[in-house]
Write a protein that binds this ligand. Structure first.
Ligand code: 8YV
Length: 313
């Protein structure tokens, strides 16, 4: 009998194809109204953008797996899932390099003002003007907020740029050679570039607020490749407008894909549309790992990558 699953966010075409090739019946939760059909659903599949709350889970009495195609799963109420005996999986590891690459790309973009320089050439401004000097990245001090897999991959790349790397996280990481700071504010005060690489969710909501931005100071840059929720966005807009910080490069925002028009109007920002893991190779690897989790679930094998909260399940 074909297994019935429900997609809880849009999925890339190759993922939909893989699901169909594996003979799953795929429902779309925005269309489904029939309680009979809801009862047949045994697994949910979605990207890191998926919102899976207690209310949705209550409507799906037979769901036992939530397979997230993404490393972040802050849209999933994991506590509610665990209460109902549901396991959550994600796709760590396979996207680490891409996210770290984009962090470095954004740091270079905002420090050296590469998108602004591109606009300068395109607009024909070069004919009459000289592009203003920018800021050096090599040899500068980098602060990383969060020293997990992605934080460590960013640090490794930064070391190749002769950067001095400092970090903060919940506790010092064993075996990590970089200097630890207790708080994001203390870290920000020491660095030229501050990169956010912590998971989203309640624990990190607005972690980067006005006091951190003030500590980063008028020569400091903020880079966020984590989740929009980690940065107090109105405080950031104020800091950018008032030149309390030098600039920001952001891949993630509050209310994606809607981006605050005030932010879009500023010239001391570089903005990308949540593309850190969006290479052909990596998105395929993420989809393959999600499929592996689904297959293992239906074949009653150990799940390859449950989220940490579900690892003893
Ligand atoms: C995408 C991400 O949002 O992995 C994450 O946590 O933020 C991204 O890779 C998405 O989940 C891609 O499917």
């Amino acid at each position: 009998m074909a297994q019935e699953i429900m997609q809880v966010s849009p999925l890339p075409a190759f993922m939909m194809n893989a699901l169909q090739e594996a003979s799953y019946i795929v429902h779309d939760h925005t269309h489904i109204k029939d309680p009979g059909a809801l009862r047949k659903v045994t697994a949910l599949v979605g990207t890191g953008a998926a919102m899976v709350d207690k209310k949705l889970l209550t409507m799906l009495p037979n769901v036992k797996l939530i397979a997230i195609c993404g490393v972040g799963y802050d849209g999933v109420d994991v506590a509610a899932a665990k209460e109902k005996g549901i396991v959550v999986t994600h796709t760590p590891g396979v996207l680490t390099d891409d996210v770290a690459d984009l962090a470095l790309g954004l740091m270079l973009s905002i420090g050296r003002r590469i998108p602004q320089a591109d606009r300068f050439v395109r607009n024909g401004d070069w004919v009459n003007d000289v592009f203003p000097m920018t800021r050096k990245v090599s040899g500068a001090t980098l602060g990383i907020v969060g020293m997990g897999r992605i934080g460590q991959a960013i640090a490794k790349r930064a070391v190749a740029f002769d950067m001095r790397v400092l970090y903060t996280s919940r506790e010092p990481k064993v075996g990590v050679p970089y200097t630890f700071y207790q708080t994001a504010t203390a870290l920000a005060a020491e660095v030229d570039y501050l990169v956010v690489a912590v998971p989203g969710g309640d624990r990190t909501k607005n972690l980067i607020g006005a006091s951190v931005l003030q500590a980063l100071g008028s020569q400091g840059y903020l880079i966020n490749i984590a989740r929009g929720s980690v940065v107090d966005q109105p405080a950031l807009v104020t800091a950018l407008k008032d030149k309390l910080i030098a600039g920001a490069a952001l891949d993630v925002f509050w209310d994606e894909p809607l981006v605050d028009p005030e932010l879009r109007r500023l010239n001391n920002v570089v903005l990308t549309p949540h593309i850190a893991s969006a290479t052909e190779e990596t998105r395929r690897a993420m989809a393959a790992l999600t499929m592996d989790n689904l297959r293992a679930f239906y074949e009653k094998r150990a799940l390859p990558t449950p989220v940490p909260e579900c690892q003893s399940a």
